[in-house]
Write a protein that binds this ligand. Structure first.
Ligand SMILES: NC(=O)c1ccc[n+]([C@@H]2O[C@H](COP(=O)([O-])OP(=O)(O)OC[C@H]3O[C@@H](n4cnc5c(N)ncnc54)[C@H](OP(=O)(O)O)[C@@H]3O)[C@@H](O)[C@H]2O)c1
Length: 322
């Protein structure tokens, strides 16, 4: 913090500068998430103690471990547990982490595949699991996804395609329509056109479920467009922290609005990562065209463009030796 404002810069640190932990990791990949971009530019109160190495997720190799569960050379994954928020995170070549936050690389995934999926795919998997608990099946109807060019949406498209669901991608940038179809969307809708139309008390009921990454009026529209007993998962706030809603979808169609928080308990982490490396594993030919790599020196300019809505796809910080 400088004069009450968060300021980000690239610095050389020693191991002793990092927050304490039993496991020291040589980083291979750190996902660059919307939340990281907000915290790097002080746009929201995310980081809970300064100075802090940001980066809410990473995949790397154990260099040293004082915990019996992890051995040098083992590839591991860290996300959640306030990584990059209350503990130093992934935007660093060497990371030191409490053993209680570390997970072995899930079966069925390479280090790159695991990093490419990361928090976005885990979040999408949480939403799909919740939809299934609410009764969603592939023949229930299509699943809508907003912010379709973003990392959560792209991984959701891959997972839904793999699991036999039809997905409708909703984007502000129709120039990405072909890429979204290649990523797994069966239909692409223009968010601008949706928002330009005069709102109705209830819209045509067209979605069995929806993953909303943006908030604001699109979330309200999704609720009004969801079928009887359908379920909308509120995942993100790329457009807004709030929305003006109508009660009609709830009292006329028994629509459910559920919240998703990716910092899941261990049982759910193990269960969903096993699926992401197994029967929910997206076809990586769909994901790789959307995967981009940057270096530490590009992080600040990249994250600024991300917040301005100029980027799309999934971005990974790639470290030497990855
Ligand atoms: N609940 C959780 O645990 C959890 C976990 C992960 C992420 N999230 C949140 O979920 C959201 C999506 O994450 P992400 O990783 O996919 O982010 P992302 O890669 O930055 O993508 C967000 C997408 O939203 C759309 N968008 C961006 N700015 C917008 C604006 N001003 N108005 C309308 N649409 C806008 C863009 O899609 P188009 O260009 O295609 O319209 C963009 O690609 C973020 O808010 C993130 O913080 C929450």
């Amino acid at each position: 913090m400088v004069d009450g404002r968060a300021e980000s810069r690239l610095e050389e640190l020693t191991l002793d500068d990092l927050s304490p932990g039993e496991v020291v990791i040589r980083n291979r990949y750190a996902g660059v998430n919307f939340k990281d971009c907000l915290s790097l530019h002080g746009k929201a109160k995310i980081i809970s103690g300064f100075p802090r190495v940001a980066g809410i997720e990473l995949v790397g190799d154990v260099l040293r471990s004082d915990a019996a569960a992890f051995a040098p050379g083992q590839t591991v994954l860290v996300h959640g547990f306030q990584t990059g928020i209350a503990f130093d995170g992934g935007f660093s070549e060497i990371v030191r982490v409490p053993a209680a936050h570390v997970q072995a690389l899930p079966a069925g995934l390479t280090a790159l595949e695991c990093a490419a999926l990361g928090v976005p795919a885990f979040t999408a998997a949480m939403a799909l699991e919740r939809f299934q608990m609410e009764g969603l099946r592939p023949d229930s109807g299509p699943v809508a996804i907003t912010g379709a060019g973003g990392a959560v949406a792209l991984s959701a498209l891959g997972i839904l395609a793999r699991t036999g669901h039809r997905a409708v991608a909703i984007t502000r940038r129709m120039e990405q329509a072909e890429a979204l179809r290649a990523a797994g969307a069966s239909e692409v809708l223009d968010a601008g056109q949706i928002l330009a139309a005069p709102p109705r008390a209830l819209e045509k009921a067209q979605f069995a479920a929806a993953i909303d990454n943006v908030g604001g009026p699109l979330l309200a529209w999704l609720l009004r467009s969801t079928q009887d007993q359908g379920c909308v998962a509120c995942v993100g706030n790329a457009a807004s922290n709030s929305f003006d809603g109508s009660v009609l979808p709830f009292i006329m169609r028994a629509v459910k609005l559920v919240g998703i928080v990716a910092n899941a308990p261990w049982e759910q982490r193990h269960r969903l990562w096993a699926r992401l490396g197994g029967d929910w594993k997206p076809d990586f030919d769909r994901l790789t065209p959307q995967l981009g790599f940057i270096g530490l020196d590009e992080l600040l300019s990249f994250s600024e463009a991300q917040l301005a809505g100029r980027n799309s796809g999934r971005a990974l910080l790639r470290f030497e030796g990855a």
